[in-house]
Write a protein of this length. Structure first.
Length: 458
């Protein structure tokens, strides 16, 4: 696929990195030549220096025969204009734009073809807000990923010593759960080793377990892997930027929320927009301030500034002072695994959250949802099974008859409103939303081929 990426900032660079590792022809456009040179030193891409929405620059980037343009500059107006130019002058088939301002996002009509033709709106801030909200909703979760409009969820949790399943084999899971509650463990990560489980797999302490189930059963199943603490009530947010302000607004009605913001003007602005949350002017890395705000009694401390180092230090300090769970926003992917192996409970990478949303629209083969996992090394995919037994490689076939790539599993599917936990003899029907766990993304092209409808396939 020929893709033009506009913007070489943090999000644009991460997207270019992820897409260049696949079979894509990538060109990146930016006004900063230094950023482009740094990208070219690391990636197999073309680079074009210039203003992203100018037609002449877009032509130099190859927009005339591009399959997709992804506008990810820091300015909404530039992204919108670039999509308009790509559609009006060059009829680019698919146009994706990063839109940060709620002033635009609240008016969906703006992005219809008759106005500003954007096929896909991406708001990294909104995606990260949603992501962190789910982590707070499930206190023991390391990741919570939605499928089939939230009817099914893939959850990652750490197996703790007191969990009922630790030291037992997976086939005993069904013996602990209420009737009608089903789940499937999709993968286990143990000391960075991927384990594709079966019924005889033994759960060990500190295993990272990915399981899939109907959303209504998630809390019940999590109890099997770790003791669940009380629901989070007292939330402290470090940083009052777009993510911090949006998260405070979402959480304030059901939680006791405090926001610590260093800039007095930003603090005053977000305080006016909040109903119940308390906004404090101060430095979230100030030990005296954290002590004064009784950080030791916080159920969740989430630090969300734009400075990775400040976020790491503040989160480590809050954990040392007694905060029950700490979450840090980390923009540099190399830091994520590093900090999670220490005292920080969860490191959230905005780039990885955003890339998953973008991959959904890039993948071939009727992909409905894609989530990037393990820093992009693995993926969880929701694919729609279309066609019939003559035109499809999956419809009308048992799971054990499908030529799945090595270690790829189908833990479940969603049929209408029903979440069906898959077994080897489960037959896939047309329009099923099939959920796949792909531990090695090199197998993605094979997955795409499986779910493409072929008129001549026999």
């Amino acid at each position: 696929m020929k893709i033009v990426v506009l913007g070489a900032g943090q999000v644009g660079s991460s997207v270019a990195h992820a897409l260049s590792r696949e079979d894509n022809d990538i060109t990146v456009v930016d006004i900063d030549n230094r950023r482009l040179k740094e990208l070219q030193d690391r990636l197999d891409i073309r680079a074009v220096n210039g203003f992203a929405s100018h037609p002449r620059v877009l032509v130099r980037a190859g927009i005339e025969d591009a399959d997709l343009v992804i506008a990810l500059t820091s300015l909404d107006e530039v992204n919108m204009t670039a999509c308009q130019v790509a559609y009006t002058l060059y009829n680019t088939p698919t146009r994706v734009a990063r839109i940060r301002s709620s002033e635009y996002m609240d008016h969906a009509r703006l992005f219809e073809r008759d106005h500003c033709p954007v096929d896909v709106l991406i708001s990294p801030e909104q995606l990260v807000t949603n992501y962190i909200s789910r982590l707070i909703e499930y206190p023991g979760a390391l990741q919570v990923l939605d499928f089939a409009e939230g009817r099914a969820q893939l959850v990652a949790t750490r197996a703790y010593r007191d969990g009922p399943l630790v030291g037992h084999r997976l086939h005993t899971l069904k013996n602990h759960m209420p009737a009608g509650t089903e789940a499937r463990v999709a993968a286990i990560y143990r000391d960075d080793e991927t384990i594709i489980p079966d019924g005889g797999t033994l759960i060990e302490e500190d295993d990272i377990v990915f399981f899939l189930a109907a959303s209504r059963h998630i809390q019940t199943i999590m109890k099997e892997f770790r003791p669940l603490g009380r629901p989070a009530r007292r939330i402290v947010l470090g940083g009052g930027g777009n993510i911090g302000a949006n998260l405070a607004k979402r959480l304030e009605r059901g939680h006791h929320v405090k926001v610590i913001e260093r800039d007095p003007e930003i603090a005053e602005s977000i305080a006016e927009d909040l109903e119940k949350a308390i906004v404090i002017v101060g430095d979230c890395a100030d030990e005296d301030l954290l002590r004064e705000e009784t950080i030791d009694s916080a159920d969740v401390y989430c630090v969300l500034t734009n400075d990775d180092e400040a976020n790491i230090l503040s989160a480590m300090l809050a954990k040392k002072m007694g905060a029950a769970k700490v979450i840090a926003l980390i923009n540099r992917p190399a830091y994520v695994d590093l900090v999670e192996s220490g005292s920080i409970d969860i490191a959230v990478s905005p780039q990885q959250v955003t890339i998953g949303a973008l991959l959904t629209h890039i993948r071939r083969g009727n992909m409905e949802r894609v989530h990037a996992l393990r820093q992009g090394a693995a993926e969880a995919i929701e694919a729609v099974a279309l066609g019939d037994i003559r035109s499809s490689k999956v419809v009308g076939r048992r799971i054990d008859e499908i030529d799945l790539p090595e270690d790829t599993t189908i833990p479940a599917m969603v049929r209408g409103d029903d979440v069906i936990i898959a077994h080897h003899d489960t037959v896939i029907q047309e329009n099923d939303h099939v959920i796949l766990f792909v531990p090695d993304k090199k197998h993605i092209p094979a997955i795409e081929l499986l779910f493409q409808v072929e008129a001549t396939f026999v």
